[in-house]
Write a protein that binds this ligand. Structure first.
Ligand SMILES: N[C@@H](CCC(=O)N[C@@H](CS)C(=O)NCC(=O)O)C(=O)O
Length: 237
């Protein structure tokens, strides 16, 4: 098992993490979109946790993940004796455990909409995932624009526009940063890597997400990683 150094700003809260008993098992920060979502949410909402990083696409990856979860996938949240897998289930669990943090919007309708956009992200956009995988360090301008990926980009822009229209041009999707923004953060990473051109208001939203301290901290972690994954580091012609 490989682990990353924890950010020094988090180390002071390690005692709390031990007490809360939360450990988040993630994959490589450069490539693992599903890991990024709960990690960003936990960091953004100052939920202390211990991070365990398993390097993906290695011969021992499956064995290492199996130490924590039989799902065979990351992320996994270990909460004391309880094992919670799947990014959305993890975020829902945390929102229930820390209600005072308002990880979902406070308003019931906004909350339902936020859950809708997360569910759509969680279960959809397969063409985007396939043609435009996340590689934070990578630069693949213009690549991956299959018809399906273009359609997914169009739908994501529509979602963002609807949210901006309701919440205001300088906000996150539902006003304050929420789980919904954490769910779309990997899309923001993809739009940067593949240089997707966006309308100014949407580009401004993408820039706000990338500049959020939790997202910036994840990006810094991705840039500092040394492992590579040949199949994701070069875009085939
Ligand atoms: N639906 C799951 C998807 C998790 C997933 O596919 N994780 C990938 C990494 S991003 C994984 O663990 N793959 C296993 C492997 O690469 O061996 C979630 O939301 O957490």
């Amino acid at each position: 098992m490989q682990t990353t150094e924890l950010d020094p700003t988090l180390s002071q809260t390690l005692d709390q993490a031990e007490k809360a008993g939360l450990t988040l098992v993630i994959g490589n920060k450069n490539y693992s979109t599903w890991s990024m979502r709960p990690w960003v949410a936990m960091t953004a909402f100052n939920i202390p946790f211990k991070e365990v990083r398993v390097v993906l696409d290695r011969p021992d990856t499956a064995t290492l993940i199996a130490q924590y979860s039989s799902s065979g996938r990351v992320p996994v949240l270990l909460a004391g004796e309880t094992v919670i897998w799947d990014s959305l289930a993890i975020c829902e669990y945390l929102a229930e455990q820390f209600p005072e943090k308002n990880m979902w919007p406070r308003d019931v309708v906004e909350r339902a909409l936020a859950r809708s956009v997360c569910a759509e992200m969680h279960s959809g956009f397969g063409d985007l995932r396939q043609a435009m995988w996340m590689n934070i360090r990578g630069k693949f301008p213009g690549k991956g624009r299959t018809p399906g990926a273009q359609g997914d980009i169009g739908r994501i822009c529509e979602i963002w526009e609807d949210c901006m229209a309701r919440c205001g041009p300088n906000d996150f999707l539902f006003g304050e940063f929420s789980i919904a923004d954490a769910f779309y953060a990997p899309v923001v990473m993809r739009f940067r890597t593949y240089e997707v051109s966006l309308a100014p208001a949407l580009q401004a939203y993408a820039d706000r997400v990338a500049a959020h301290p939790a997202v910036a901290q994840w990006i810094a972690g991705a840039l500092a990683e040394t492992e590579t994954a040949p199949k994701y580091d070069h875009y085939p012609d």
